[in-house]
Structures are given as C-alpha cells and as structure tokens.
Design a binder for this molecule. Structure first.
Ligand code: NAP
Ligand code: SF4
Length: 672
C-alpha cells in the first residue's frame, strides 16, 4: 500500500515500461558544456536515478553550432561527441534508471552571433539579431535534429526530448510573433508547424520504433502573437501522428512577462492546460511547473490532468524525492522552495547550477558526505539556516551535536521569509530541518541563550551561527513611535497605518513592500486571482492566452526608498527580481532612488529628492537598512581560547543570503 498510487504506478510506453510517473525535467546545470565535466554530470544524474525517478531528461544539448545556448555550450553533432555522453547513460542505467537527452536549438534566444531564426527579429533577451534561415538551411537544421537523436541513441540514451516550447527555435516557427515568412515554412498553420512535425518525423525515421521521443509542446505561449488553442491542438495531433511517444507541457516563453515558476505562482498552476489537451490526444501527456511535493503530484494525476508529472528543480533539492515518497517518508523530503537563487540565477550568471537547500546538487563528486574519522562533540549556536544545516550535517557524519537557540523556534530569518507572499514554501524548509534534526539525533535546546562559560567545557569546538541584527539607519528621529523594524512587521504583525515609507530597498525592503501592500485574498480563489492579476486567459480564447492584467488594489500607499541613484530593485536576483518589481508597480508603490533622509517626526518622513525638500506624510516608517553580524559570543570564546568557527550572517552580513549560509555551513560540517 502506498499513499501515492497514481504517482508510483508504472507507465507502459509499448516498447518500454517506466517504473513510475515521475519525470525529472530538463534543467541546464552548466556541466553539459565541457567534456571534462561529464563525469560530474554522470554522478549528478546517477544519484537521481538511484533515488527512484522514472525518467530523466538532460539539460539542453544543441544539434548544431547555430543552436548553441552560448558559444561552446553542449552540442551533439559529431561522432566524437558521443563518448562523453556514455559516462552519463551508463551511470544512470547502472542505477536502474532511464534517461533521454534534450535536443535544444535556441534560435533567436542564442547568446552568440551565429543565431538563426525563421525571421530576422531580435528577441528582447539576446543582443544578437538572428540570421533568417533559408529553405535549404531549414532542411539542414531538421536533419541536424535527426542526426543528433541518432547520435544520442548511439550514446546509450533511452530517447530524446525535442524542445518545442519556451520560445526556442521550434516555437519561433510556430508563432506569428516570430515567423513572418511567406514560403512553405510560414503563413498558414500547416506551414508554420511543418518544421516541428518534420523534426519529429525524421527523428522517428532515423532512430527506429523503440526509442522514446518526447515532444515538449508549448501549451501556453503567454506572449502577444503566440499560438491560439485550436492551433496547439492541431500541432499536438500532428506531432502524435509523426511518431512522438510522449508529449510534455511547456509553459511560457522566456521573454513572457508572466511568471511561471517563481514561488508566487500557485502550486500546480498550469496542469489545467494539460488536461484541456488530454481529450484530444491518445499519447501520454506530461504536465509540469510548480509541482514540488508528492501530494500535489498525486492529486494532479488522480484528477486525470496528465499521465505523468515533470519536476526539475525538486530533484536538485532532493535526489531521493521518489524513494522518500514511496516509503511514505514525505516529511524527510528536502523541498524545492522555488527561489531560483542557486539554480536558474546561477545559470544566467554563467555559473554552475546548484541548490539553495541542497548545496551538494551538481557538486556530488566534490562535496561527498563521508562519515567522520573520529566522533567529536560540537555546540552549534543559532538555529537559523546556517546553524540547522551545520548541526544536521555534523550529526549525520557521526558527531555528537548540541544546537542552542535563543528563541522558541528553529528557522531564524526563514521565519520572517515564510510570511512574505510567494515565500510560503520556506515553511517546507523548516519542516524538513525539523525532521532532519530528529533523524540525525541533534540535541536541540530552544529558548536557550548560549553563554560562554557553558561552552568552554564539554565541547571540542563551537560553531557560531548567531546570524545578524538589523542595522539602524542613523536618521534623526529614528526612535519616533511611528518607526518600526522589518522584524516587527514581518515577525510580529505590528499594526500599520494607511501610508508607509520603507527605508531601504534591498531584498527585505521589497519583501516588506509586498507583505504590506497585499490585499487579503481567499485561498480557494488563489489560482483564479493569480491568473487575473497577471493577465492569463484561462478560457484559452486569445492568441498566447493573454488578456489585460487586473491586479488587486494595494492595501495602503507605500514609498520604497533608497539613497543610491536609479530605480530600486536592480540588485534583486535575475529570474525573480523582475516579478517583485512588476508586482509592486502594479500596486502603485512609489519606488524612489537617489533620496537623502533628513528626519522622522510627527509630520512623517523628511527627505530630499532631486534637490527638493519633501515631507512624506506617512503613518509609519519601516527600517529595512540591511544587517550587521552578530558575533559577540565568538569574541568571548576566542578570548578564552575555545576553538570557534563563524558561519553565515555572523561571519559576514553584507550580501548575506540563505544560499551562502547553507553552503558555508555544509562545507564546514563536511570538513570537521
Ligand atoms: P540589502 O539588500 O543589503 O539592502 C539594504 C538596503 O538598505 C539598501 O537598499 C540600502 O540602500 C539601504 N541602506 C543601507 N544602509 C543604510 C543606512 N544606513 N540608512 C538607510 N538605508 C540604508 O539588505 P536586506 O534588504 O536586508 O537583505 C539582506 C540579504 O537578504 C540580501 O543580501 C539579499 O540577498 C537577501 N534577500 C533577498 C531577497 C530577494 O531577492 N527577494 C529577499 C530578502 C532577502 P541605500 O544604501 O541605497 O540607501
Ligand atoms: Fe529550488 Fe531554490 Fe534549489 Fe532552485 S535553488 S532548486 S528554486 S530550492
């Protein structure tokens, strides 16, 4: 008996049976790009195969040079590219897994001058205008896809995924937004979809009947000039006819201004789209986006929205996700919190992907978990993300660990983050750490202020993870009763008036602005409200499924301020920052840079902007001016000769984020 009978049911594809309905979706890690990294890539996938996933799809591999994501990124077009892939396929097969390689041609999204596209229209996310493909060029590109699939088969892959969504080359042929051709590859739907259908047909002809071909089909383009729903149905039927084995769901082009995977997108927000296609298509359908826990996936399958679920980031967070679900140990799942911070943000910065809650992701060979050579006694002070990660990792390795926390709960700053709209997933991280503390046998002392005199005896070393304290802004009148700290607002629900100024527009200033500007909403209506707010046409009547966004009015008038020139929010994370800025713009939050604060008094906040003195007649001022390290205990211990290690915010407060805190903690704990 299992709690997830639909999720764990095998899927018979005719010539092969997948062990369950879980597909590890494609995710670029950066390890695909260099031959020397393929052993690391193999270890990464092998661990997910060992964890029980039914079918893995690799990150995108280009079928030719024009299709590169960026210069010299992963490509499979020559026989000498094959051996490196064999490391991956044999490692996965040795663990009883199955793996498909994604064939990705970026088209006009390519970040290099060799980019090609159906028409010469530059994308808003690449500086390179693409060259228009000729008829011969199109036919050669189709052949490149088929050859790439054939080479993938030689490399031992169980199949390929043809990337037809997210605004990449195939999608660019399908939509009139990017296809302005008038030859046999443009104009009518039949012409626009010829490229996609020919790729599937020739790939099937080249690879034979017993090779998985997944076609990733853009079911919602979410851009103007995107496909209409009737066109999408026709395409799906043609792809089925051409020889695909599975159809996977693609949601939103990369240039779309509707968020599709960040934490503020409701869980399983798009499975209704896949369900709309189900009655039209006989092939098994895979659904995707914001599915991160087994009960969510099970409900999606039980409702009949799809035949399989795809998850990408949840497998960075926890390679053993399926095994834990199958054994009923869901509480032990390290849940993806949809922050994008260490995965997609890294990829966009040309860094190797990893995971905020699991720094071992993509570092399996470099950060292995080894039992300690001798058992030691450690005190960890502070049960924020750094302290939790360090304590549990040390205990897992066999050390005896006591974790001391001044407050009555674990989590530190995560307890503030979890209250911010769109960051509710932080609750899952806290649930995971509670379970890890229990499993690893850490002795937890809550409501316990650690003192130097108790730490000098009984421990071999002390790890200081005492975090940060809010920085004062140093403005005259900062002690006025209308002034609050962000911790008062996020942590203690301090009452606020109708007009509020926020001093400091960093990550926390934005969080506070979102928290205090949101209108009370009903949870049941969450998906409908979200779709209305971002202008998603859930009736599927418009091209690209877009309609006029209808944001809810803000709960109060807010000024979000910074002294640095320019618009606030430029330093927020790449893949999520634009969503925060757009949310606040839609709520008419005044976002001002280049201000100078003068004073706070009964009249409000006095400041200078563009050389002019102003008074903002606000009821409250909330200080979000960054933090300073809290490490007084470390100084006392060092003075008494006790070995100490400082991690997270207590080591360096500037640019502190949970990603660094957890990574530092894990690295330290793996060495002690
Ligand atoms: P932060 O990002 O460093 O921002 C601090 C803000 O305070 C800046 O806008 C700064 O702007 C202002 N400031 C600094 N000193 C000041 C002073 N003396 N008087 C008035 N204003 C002052 O810090 P944070 O917002 O506390 O966030 C901490 C960390 O958490 C960040 O590193 C971030 O990575 C992470 N975080 C990120 C997010 C997110 O991306 N959504 C959310 C939460 C937290 P000026 O100096 O220009 O005035
Ligand atoms: Fe998920 Fe964040 Fe990890 Fe990415 S970094 S996999 S979004 S938890």
């Amino acid at each position: 008996m299992t709690s997830y009978p639909h999720l764990l049911e095998p899927l018979n594809l005719g010539f092969v049976t997948l062990r369950n309905r879980v597909l590890m979706g494609s995710m670029h890690t950066g390890l695909e790009d260099r031959a020397r990294d393929y052993r690391k890539l193999a270890a990464y996938f092998a661990e997910r195969a060992r964890g029980g996933v039914g079918l893995i799809v690799t990150g995108g591999i280009a079928p030719n040079i024009e299709g590169w994501v960026k210069p010299f990124s992963g490509r499979l077009s020559m026989p000498w590219h094959v051996p490196r892939h064999r490391h991956v396929t044999s490692a996965v097969h040795a663990e009883g897994g199955r793996i498909c390689m994604q064939i990705l041609h970026t088209g006009r999204y390519a970040y290099h001058p060799l980019a090609v596209a159906p028409s010469r229209i530059r994308s808003p996310i690449s500086p390179f205008a693409p060259r228009r493909l000729t008829d011969a060029g199109i036919r050669r590109t189709i052949g490149d896809f088929a050859r790439c699939a054939d080479l993938a088969r030689n490399a031992g892959y169980d199949g390929v995924e043809i990337m037809g969504s997210e605004g990449y080359l195939i999608n660019q042929f399908l939509a009139t937004r990017t296809n302005h051709r008038s030859d046999r590859w443009g104009g009518s739907l039949e012409n626009r979809m010829r490229f996609a259908v020919e790729i599937v047909r020739q790939t099937r002809a080249r690879t034979g009947p017993d090779f998985i071909i997944i076609y990733r089909l853009s079911m919602l383009d979410l851009v103007e000039g995107g496909q209409r729903w009737d066109e999408i149905i026709q395409l799906a039927k043609a792809v089925q006819e051409a020889g695909a084995t599975l159809i996977n769901t693609g949601i939103g082009w990369h240039e779309a201004r509707v968020p599709t995977i960040v934490g503020s997108v409701p869980r399983a927000a798009f499975t209704w789209v896949t369900r709309r296609l189900k009655s039209e298509i006989a092939l098994p359908l895979v659904t995707t986006n914001r599915i991160n826990m087994p009960e969510v996936a099970e409900a999606v399958l039980e409702r009949g929205d799809a035949d399989m679920v795809s998850m990408a980031r949840p497998f960075l967070a926890d390679p053993a996700w399926v095994r834990k679900a199958a054994s009923g140990h869901t509480a032990a799942i390290n849940t993806c919190i949809a922050c994008n911070q260490a995965c997609l943000d890294h990829v966009f910065e040309n860094r190797r992907a990893s995971c905020l809650v699991n720094p071992r992701a993509c570092y399996e060979t470099e950060l292995p978990r080894m039992p300690a050579s001798s058992r030691k006694r450690y005190a960890v002070v502070g049960a924020g993300p750094a302290g939790l990660a360090c304590a549990t990792e040390l205990a897992e390795r066999g050390h005896q660990v006591t974790l001391m926390e001044r407050s009555g709960e674990i989590g530190g700053q995560f307890n503030l983050a979890k209250r911010v709209p769109g960051k509710e997933e932080f609750n899952e991280a806290l649930r995971y750490f509670s379970e890890r503390l229990r499993e690893t046998g850490v002795t937890l002392r809550l409501n316990h202020e650690a003192r130097a005199d108790e730490l000098v005896k009984g421990f071999d070393a002390v790890i200081i993870a005492t975090g940060v304290r809010p920085r004062r802004a140093g403005i005259s009148g900062e002690d006025h009763p209308c002034v609050l700290g962000y911790q008062d607002v996020l942590g203690r629900n301090a009452p606020l008036g109708r007009k509020v100024a926020i001093i400091g527009a960093g990550g926390i200033g934005f969080d506070v602005a979102e928290f205090i500007s949101q209108s009370p909403t009903s949870l049941e209506a969450e998906l409908a409200r979200w779709a209305r707010e971002w202008g998603v046409d859930t009736m599927l009547t418009t091209p690209g499924a877009l309609r006029q966004p209808c944001p809810e009015p803000a709960a109060r008038e807010i000024w979000l301020l910074q002294r640095s020139p320019g618009a606030p929010g430029k330093r927020l994370h790449k893949t999520t920052g634009w969503v925060h800025r757009a949310t606040l713009r839609a709520r008419d939050v005044h976002m001002w840079g280049g201000v100078t604060y003068s004073a706070i008094d009964d009249a409000g906040l006095h400041l200078r902007r563009n050389g002019e003195a102003l008074v903002l007649p606000v009821d409250n001022v909330v200080i979000c001016a960054g933090q300073e390290s809290e490490y007084s205990l470390a100084e006392q211990l060092t003075a008494r000769g006790i070995p100490t290690h400082r991690i997270g915010g207590s080591a360096v407060a500037a640019e502190l984020d949970a990603e660094r805190a957890i990574r530092e903690a894990t690295e330290l704990a793996s060495q002690l």
